[in-house]
Design a protein. Structure first.
Lengths: 353, 501
């Protein structure tokens, strides 16, 4: 067989050409369906491997060569969930070393990071490796290594959805203070890199608020954290006042802490007007950083925020909210005119009641 | 007024602080703007009525896929074959073309080959059953199938399907997408559409699912993929602590948000039937936050009003349906447009100057979304796309067309239709294995699902009525006709004609 492997043009043998596979009966797709609609034009290699996969599934065989077969299939089609599922069952049946499976999957994950199955398979492996009273692998070390691996993958694509949800699952699953501890500096790095990375903002929320009272034991601790986060996000808003991700995070903090939006009205106000009178002003208010000099004002997100603050205050403030919503509807955010009009109508009806 | 004649194409502000995200945004805006100029300059793509839907090119694209098949790069979709069928067949339906008998027969045979002996449908023959292909297969059968021998509908094994669904159920109310598979709200949406259409909903199937959906809503208002269950679960594996955090995994995202919102709507018959009867506290979602998030995903003029799928990401034609369609569902939940007596109840509203001059109460910009699909979403060689200069594919073709449909037509949960359907309801004779609550649940599911009806006189066709595509049912993405026929069959009901408007 070695002469085949050295010949790059030929590639590995098809399963139907391999002497050690002659005992398996391949099953073609759509046996008995004479003329299937919308067929895919498979490569000979893919057709061969999946015919043999159907043959294996039929007999229920779980053996070393099944690992070889499923690896071939998921290399050609990482979304073949049945191949992944069967591979996992085979690994367990063989009591195979899951560590080496994990390492095998490392490169694979980087190259196929947009596939659900790649991440789910890791999750199954990690769970299995660290489960039980005498786990096969040390949970903390495993999780730590996994966080480092994920960071390398996110380095390639900082917004990869599956990778981020996997990271969040991992942190919650192992729920070790020492693991959580590294997350804020990590998110901060990413936000320094790109303050508009919404995945990083979501992760920040997950880390800071997602655990609820599990993270902040006392109300005082909770208040301190909210203040710290409010300060942090306001600094980021000042850098790029039209960044919806940061404004959404500010709203998220206030909602979580059940703090009125109007507590930040003074901060938001300068972002809602075109002129910048504070340009001549030397006074620096550390609690309420001003928009950067290059900012494109007014910021739609700021107007949205301030209107929300006024609207929730109710009473006479509603008029101020309505003015902002009108300006959004008719001038600054005309695409959402119907939405802003809806907000006006709703607020006025509420006021009437 | 079409926005394309008098729009201000203002670039998204960068605040003098460019980052990778804003660089990509700027590049995309330039690409879309250039496409807009090209299309506007082409007499065949842009007439005096506006942009043209190249219907024939898209039909050719669909026909090629259906009859000749898909090139080898679609090997990546080998485990999603029912989706290829559904995207293609529903594309035809939206474009107003139905299959001839021989292609219907071929399609039914092909789809039935994917039904798994243990229940549910698989991504391909000999693969394992999975919730996503199950939805796609059942919807494809709704389009091409019919009752009786070889018709596809009565060959669906509903009993095994139900058992398959229950075998995926998790203690937190969620479902695995397949055995050893992941949990996420796409699977739950697929399960609920199928269970609703096939009349196999039970309280046991739905138990805990509303609470799970609710837990996936993020601080931004949209929904993430799933949530983390363990802190709320007891060692015995049930939800012990309802106040324990169940944080969402992943940020608010268009696809998940559509699936979660539609699931929430599909669960309402269960919630309304079961919770009062059992004196359970009603689960909640933040509807206003959801509405804000979804409407904010619509891009500005320079993006031609296409939708993005996450905050600060790029617009993509497929979100025309996932997010545009989601706004429609939220409007339904808020009771907007559900007024039963015409559109006159808005009159004389405290003389405030914002007049509701438009034809409808829709909360997103329907005209602009149509422009995105027509101008940025069409490929010259047929088929529809994410954005220029991407190639066309089966997925984007359907979801661009579905989004176009959702922007042209206003399909709302009609109170009148509910009354008609409820009045015509005939209690099934021999349904001895169902208790009273289950019967009430099923009746409600039937009535509420089929109450979605196009509002008369509110259709808007950018580029003129030659661009008209068929209306779709907002919960299923089938035409109302197909959804109705399938459900009438499985609920054994004769569906009354719509009263003349």
């Amino acid at each position: 067989m070695s002469h085949v492997e050295s010949d790059e043009d030929t590639g590995p043998l098809l399963f139907c050409e391999r002497p050690d596979w002659t005992d398996v009966t391949p099953i073609p797709q759509y046996e008995g369906v004479s003329n299937p609609i919308a067929p895919i034009f498979y490569t000979p290699e893919y057709k061969d491997a999946t015919d043999y996969f159907r043959g294996i599934v039929k007999t229920g065989e779980t053996s070393e060569r099944v690992l070889e077969l499923t690896e071939e299939i998921i290399k050609m089609n990482p979304a073949h969930y049945s191949a992944w599922q069967y591979r996992y069952r085979t690994l367990l049946a063989l009591n195979a070393p899951l560590h080496s499976e994990l390492r095998l999957m490392d490169d694979f994950a980087v190259n196929n990071m947009k596939t659900y199955q790649v991440w789910h398979h890791r999750r199954l492996l990690i769970t299995h490796l660290t489960a039980g009273s005498v786990p096969a692998a040390d949970p903390f070390d495993t999780a730590q290594a996994e966080l480092e691996f994920i960071a390398r993958v996110l380095d390639v694509d900082t917004k990869n959805y599956h990778t981020w949800s996997y990271r969040q699952w991992l942190l919650a699953h192992f729920d070790d203070p020492a693991l959580w501890l590294g997350e804020l500096p990590y998110v901060d790095d990413l936000l320094q890199e790109d303050v508009r990375n919404n995945s990083a903002w979501h992760h920040r929320y997950f880390v800071v608020f997602g655990r609820g009272s599990r993270a902040q034991a006392t109300p005082a601790e909770g208040a301190e954290v909210s203040q710290r986060e409010t300060r942090y996000v306001k600094g980021k808003i000042a850098l790029a006042p039209n960044n919806a991700s940061a404004w959404n995070y500010l709203r998220g903090i206030l909602e979580f802490a059940k703090t009125p939006f109007s507590s930040q009205a003074e901060f938001a106000q300068p972002y809602t007007v075109r002129r910048a009178p504070w340009d001549d002003d030397d006074v620096i208010d550390l609690d309420n950083p001003k928009p950067s000099s290059d900012a494109d004002l007014p910021s739609v997100s700021a107007m949205d925020f301030l209107a929300e603050a006024y609207g929730r205050d109710g009473g006479e403030s509603v008029t101020k909210a309505v003015d902002l919503w009108k300006a959004l509807a008719n001038q600054h955010d005309t695409m959402r005119k119907k939405y802003w009009d809806f907000r006006i109508k709703e607020a006025l009806e509420m006021k009437k009641d | 007024m079409t926005a394309s004649t008098n729009r201000r194409m203002k670039p998204t502000p960068v605040d003098g602080f460019p980052t990778q995200t804003s660089d990509m945004q700027t590049t995309t805006e330039n690409v879309i703007k250039a496409r807009f100029e090209t299309v506007k300059a082409s007499a065949s793509d842009f007439t005096t009525d506006g942009p043209v839907l190249n219907r024939n090119a898209h039909l050719q694209f669909l026909l090629r896929n259906l009859v000749q098949g898909f090139p080898a790069r679609y090997i990546s979709q080998d485990a999603s074959q029912p989706w290829l069928f559904f995207w293609t067949l529903q594309g035809f339906s939206i474009l107003g073309v139905s299959m001839d008998e021989s292609n219907k027969k071929r399609a039914i045979e092909t789809i039935l080959a994917l039904q798994h002996p243990f229940g549910g449908f698989a991504g391909g023959p000999g693969q394992f059953p999975h919730l996503l292909p199950t939805y796609a297969a059942v919807c494809a059968l709704a389009i091409v199938g019919y009752p009786g021998e070889n018709g596809g509908w009565d060959q669906i094994d509903r009993k095994k399907m139900y058992n398959f669904f229950m075998s995926l159920k998790q203690p937190d109310g969620s479902f695995l997408v397949s055995h050893h598979g992941e949990v996420d709200v796409r699977g739950i949406y697929c399960l609920l559409v199928v269970a609703t259409m096939l009349n196999i909903l039970t309280p046991e199937l739905c138990a805990g699912t509303p609470e799970f959906i609710s837990s996936c809503q993020t601080y931004e208002g949209g929904f993430g993929s799933a949530s983390f269950p363990d802190w709320a679960l007891s060692n015995e594996g049930y939800v012990k602590d309802v106040s324990a955090p169940r944080p969402p995994l992943g940020e608010a995202h268009g696809g998940y948000t559509f699936c979660a919102t539609a699931s929430w709507v599909l669960l309402q018959p269960y919630v309304q039937t079961y919770y009062p009867a059992k004196s359970l506290p009603q689960p909640r979602i933040d509807l206003h936050g959801l509405l804000r998030w979804a409407t904010h995903m619509q891009g500005t003029d320079i993006e031609l009003g296409g939708f993005r799928g996450r905050t600060n990401k790029l617009v993509d034609g497929c979100y025309s349906w996932w997010v545009g369609g989601c706004v429609v569902l939220v409007e339904g939940l808020l009771g907007i447009g559900a007024h039963s007596e015409g559109k006159h109840d808005k009159e004389g509203e405290d003389g405030h100057e914002h007049a509701w001059g438009d034809v409808d109460d829709s909360l997103f910009n329907r005209k602009a979304l149509q422009e995105y699909v027509l101008i940025a979403g069409q490929h010259a060689a047929g088929g529809l796309i994410d954005k220029p200069p991407k190639p066309a594919d089966a997925y984007h073709t359907l979801y661009c067309l579905s989004g176009l449909s959702a922007a042209q037509h206003r399909v709302v949960p009609s109170e009148e239709r509910k009354t008609e359907l409820a009045a015509a309801w005939v209690e099934p004779a021999a349904d001895e294995d169902s208790d009273e609550l289950t019967k009430a649940l099923r009746k409600r599911a039937f009535v509420e699902t089929l109450a979605w009806t196009e509002e008369e006189g509110t259709a808007v066709y950018v580029g003129g009525s030659a661009n008209r595509v068929n209306a779709t049912h907002p919960l299923t993405d089938l035409t109302v006709t197909h959804a109705t026929a399938l459900m009438a069959h499985f609920y054994r009901q004769a569906v009354p004609q719509r009263a003349a408007a």
